[in-house]
Design a protein around this ligand. Structure first.
Ligand code: FAD
Length: 389
C-alpha cells in the first residue's frame, strides 16, 4: 500500500458511483484512500436511480479489473430491440453496438453500488458510513484536511494529498471552491418529468413514446421494478398525479393497454436541465460526477459521466504517486470538461428532438416537424426488419 507522510493519499467524499469507482481504482493501484459517506450502508445500497450502463461504462470497469461488479448482474437480453412509439406506431431505436463488443446492460444503479461496496470492503478498502458534517480545509495548500463527525458523534480529521469531491449535486465539496472562481452554466429545457418508481416489471425492458400529449417511457429497474417517466409542465406537483392518472396517461401516450401494473412507491417532478461547473478542480480538490455536472436524464449518461471522471482522476493520481508526474492532475479539469461538453451536446440534441417531436405546445408546430425528421436519424428505417410498424 502506497502511503505518504499524511494520513492517506486521497480522501473521497461520497460513496456513490463516482466515489466507489475511484476508491476501487485506487485500491487496485495500491494507493491509500478513505471514503466518507454521509448515509448508512443500507440507505446507499437501496437508493434507486439509474437502470442501465452503456458499453463504454462497462469497458471502463473491465479495464480496472472490476468485471465482477457488472458481469452476470444485468438482466434481460442486451440485444433485444428498443421500441419507440410515435403516436402509438412502433418503431425501433437504432442499435449501435458492434457485434462481439461489450453491450449496454440493464443493471440497476443500486446493484452496481452494492457490488462496488462489497468488492471495496472485501479488498481492504476504508469506507466510513454515517460521516456527518464533512468539511474541507486548506484545499489550495499542500496539506488539505477533511473533518467530519463519525457514527458515534466523535469529531475526526484526516489529512491527505488530494480530495475527490464525489458527493453529488447537493454535496459540500463544491462549496470549497471560492465562488468567484467557479462558473455555473445551466440549460433549462422548460419542462419536467414526473418520475415514478413502480413495483412491477417492465416488458419489454425499455419503451419510449413520442406523443402529442408529451413524452413517456417505462424502463426496467430490475426483475420486479420499473421506472415510468411522463413529460409534464414544470409547475406540476405530485398531488396532481394520483396513481390512476399515471397509469391512464401512460396508456394514452403508449396507445396501448398497460397490463403490468403494481404499487407505485415513489413519485417526483424532476425539471429537465443540464448544468456544468467549471473548473472541475481547485488546488488539491477535484470534483467528479454529479458534484461537477448534471446531464439531462433523457441521455441516461449520468453514471457514464461519473465513471469517466473517476477513470481520469484515478489515472492522474497513479501517475502522480508512482512517477511523480502531476501533468494528468493538472489537466484533469480540462480533460473532463471536454468530455462533459461532448456528452451535454448529444444529450441536448436527444432531449430536444424526442420532446419537440411530440407535444407542440412548448416549441410549436415548426419545431415539431423538424424534430420528427431529426428523429429518423436514431431509428431503424421502416421496413428494415427491425420495425414492426
Ligand atoms: P451520487 O450518486 O449522487 O452520489 C453522491 C454520494 O455522496 C451519495 O452517496 C451521497 O449520499 C453522498 N453525499 C452527499 N453529500 C455528502 C456529504 N456532505 N458528505 C458525505 N457524503 C455525501 N443516470 C444514468 O446514467 N441513467 C439513468 O437512467 C439515470 N436515472 C436517474 C434517475 C433518478 C431518479 C436520478 C435521481 C438520477 C438518475 N441518473 C441516471 C443520474 C445518476 O443517478 C447520477 O448521475 C449518478 O448517481 C451520479 O453519481 P455520483 O457518484 O456523481 O453522485
Amino acid at each position: 500500500m502506497t502511503n505518504t507522510d499524511k494520513d492517506t493519499t486521497v480522501v473521497i467524499v461520497g460513496a456513490g458511483v463516482a466515489g466507489l469507482a475511484v476508491g476501487n481504482f485506487l485500491l487496485r493501484s495500491g494507493i491509500s484512500c478513505v471514503v466518507l459517506e454521509r448515509h448508512t450502508r443500507e440507505h446507499v445500497e437501496e437508493r434507486q436511480r439509474a437502470g442501465g450502463l452503456d458499453p463504454d461504462a462497462v469497458l471502463r470497469l473491465h479495464e480496472w479489473g472490476l468485471a465482477e461488479v457488472v458481469d452476470g448482474h444485468g438482466h434481460g437480453d442486451p440485444d433485444a430491440p428498443l421500441p419507440l412509439l410515435i403516436d402509438g406506431e412502433q418503431r425501433q431505436l437504432r442499435m449501435e453496438d458492434e457485434p462481439g463488443s461489450l453491450k449496454r446492460m440493464f443493471l440497476p444503479q443500486q446493484v452496481l453500488i452494492r457490488n462496488l461496496t462489497e468488492v471495496f470492503l472485501r479488498d481492504g478498502g476504508d469506507l466510513r458510513f454515517e460521516a456527518a458534517d464533512v468539511s474541507l480545509h486548506d484545499v489550495d495548500g499542500p496539506r488539505p484536511l477533511v473533518r467530519y463527525r463519525d457514527a458515534n458523534g466523535a469529531t475526526r480529521s484526516i489529512s491527505c494529498d488530494f480530495i475527490a469531491g464525489c458527493d453529488g449535486f447537493h454535496g459540500v465539496s463544491r462549496t470549497a471552491v471560492p465562488a468567484d472562481l467557479l462558473t455555473s452554466s445551466t440549460h433549462e429545457f422548460g419542462y419536467a418529468w414526473l418520475s415514478v418508481l413502480a413495483q412491477a416489471p417492465a416488458d419489454p425492458l425499455s419503451v419510449l413514446a413520442v406523443h402529442s400529449r408529451g413524452f413517456a417511457a417505462r424502463i426496467t429497474r430490475g426483475p420486479q421494478a420499473s421506472r415510468i417517466y411522463l413529460q409534464c409542465p414544470l409547475a406540476d406537483t405530485v398531488d396532481q398525479w394520483p396513481d390512476e392518472r399515471i397509469w391512464s396517461e401512460l396508456e394514452t401516450r403508449f396507445g396501448a393497454p398497460v397490463t403490468d401494473r403494481g404499487p407505485i412507491v415513489t413519485k417526483q417532478v424532476v425539471p429537465l436541465r443540464g448544468v456544468v461547473f467549471s473548473p472541475m478542480s481547485h488546488g488539491r480538490l477535484y470534483l467528479l460526477g454529479d458534484a461537477a455536472h448534471l446531464i439531462s436524464p433523457m441521455s441516461a449518461r449520468g453514471v457514464c459521466l461519473a465513471l469517466h471522471d473517476a477513470d481520469v482522476f484515478a489515472r492522474a493520481v497513479v501517475r502522480r504517486v508512482v512517477e511523480c508526474d502531476s501533468s494528468l492532475l493538472d489537466s484533469y479539469s480540462a480533460t473532463c470538461l471536454e468530455y462533459t461538453w461532448q456528452q451535454q451536446a448529444s444529450a441536448v440534441w436527444m432531449t430536444e428532438t424526442i420532446h419537440e417531436a411530440g407535444d407542440a405546445s412548448y416549441e410549436g408546430e415548426f419545431r415539431r416537424q423538424i424534430a420528427r425528421r431529426n428523429l429518423e436519424a436514431i431509428l431503424e428505417p421502416v421496413g428494415s426488419g427491425h420495425s414492426s410498424a
